[in-house]
Design a protein around this ligand. Sequence first.
Ligand code: NAD
Length: 286
Amino acid sequence: MSATIIDGKAVAAALRATVAARVATLDFQPGLAVVLVGDDPASTVYVRNKDRAAAAAGIAARTIRLPADTTQAALLAQVGALNADDTVDGILVQLPLPPGIDPRAVIEAIDPAKDVDGFHPINVGRLADGLPTLAPCTPTGVMRLLAAAGISPRGARALVIGRSSIVGKPMAALLLAADATVTIAHSRTRDLPGECRRAEIVIAATGRPEMVRADWIAPGATVIDVGINRLADGRLAGDVAFEECRAVAGAITPVPGGVGPMTIACLLENTLTAAIARRGVPPAGD
Ligand code: NAD
């Protein structure tokens, strides 16, 4: 048996098109402000891609570039100005921030109604409580991929490997809200292969290249690979040994072309959601 490959590029393109179609019906242009401090090469590429995707969806994207020696006070003042700017519906401060700036202080300064990354404690709390909120983009993208592939988490045993605030914990909260029976594994988990073998849905988010092996996977299980790792030979690898696992799994995401493209698509969706909520637009009829 060979697994169904879940095509994240196609699902993301469809979601971006849905967002663009909804934006086109609005009598205002949603605004997204991305703040980039310093010139970390990976962050610069991410921010450029976010800008382009937002523009293509009809969202007014603005990137504020600040020098690497920006003080925390200056960054907080910038966030305050964006909070007060009524044309800005979504604010994203690109992480990681340079040393000397406390990312927590910056995240907590963002207006929760404009927190399109879903990292503000108010939004984290709402998600943990199962309330509607702006949820983090990458795990939201995973939920969209599962839905697009026709895989229901309801009642399923789901294993999330990784407990970061950006991926693992919100992933577990979203799966729980979708009625999965959720286990969170991490670097101190005693028998990770055993936990994995019990799972019907495995979400790998560890940053450990090709750690999840075929003999960890229950036949027919769904395997979602969040990892993006650059190997010494320049190749991109996920956290899952794709070639061997696809022979056992029922459905699997590739890297690249799986979860990766969903993150920006969900950022656009969150920006639209924030804009509609802030400006009191009634929900779409469809
Ligand atoms: P992180 O380093 O913050 O967290 C990694 C987690 O994995 C930790 O909770 C740790 O306990 C766990 N872990 C590490 N080694 C382990 C092991 N041997 N066994 C079990 N658990 C282990 O990383 P993150 O920010 O959550 O990102 C995880 C991966 O996802 C990375 O490869 C990252 O590049 C990728 N990522 C992708 C996207 C995307 O858009 N697709 C977005 C964010 C992160």
